[in-house]
Design a protein around this ligand. Sequence first.
Ligand code: CO
Length: 209
Amino acid sequence: MDIKKIFENNKEWVQERLSAEPEYFKKLSQGQSPKILYIGCSDSRVSSEELMGVGPGDVFVHRNIANMVPNTDLNSMSVINYAVEHLEVEHVVVCGHYYCGGVKAAMQSSDLGLLNPWLRNIRDVYRIHKEELSLIEDEDERYKKFVELNVQEQCVNVIKTADVQKAIRKRNLSVHGWVFDIHSGKLIDLKIDFDAILENIMEIYRLDD
Ligand code: CO
């Protein structure tokens, strides 16, 4: 793609928006109050807003390699803090995707230099669920399940934070685990049973006000 084309596209987009709603950008400039925090993968094929059919102002978005929420990652922790404490979103979504290169890399033993510590967080997910994953003989199916379990563990990491625990107690914030299936274009709700998971982990991670 010609990089100059992007500015032509932008001009067209501004015109389209203004012809549909003359005050569009004026309204946008007045502030944001998204109801959803979306944490997804940086993969170029998973264009978050487009696959959800939402527009500017609808969703607060954070993307990184393999939709991770590492406990000491200041970037994702700051995004969660801002979205939950200040924007007061009602939903936090962790959205993974099948055929994720980051997850695939964590299934292999190559030394990828700077990427190693990031991928180690994904390897930790494999270790936690090793028993379940090793029972899946088909490699493709194991890869898919690993993507799903990674989403689940990142949701758990979201729930470990004090901000999210407080918002769940005080205003019923909900956490969701989704997967985007690149092969079909479908968005899948993993319907993670957080009550069961929470019962298991809150004894360890509970933080009181
Ligand atoms: Co990915």
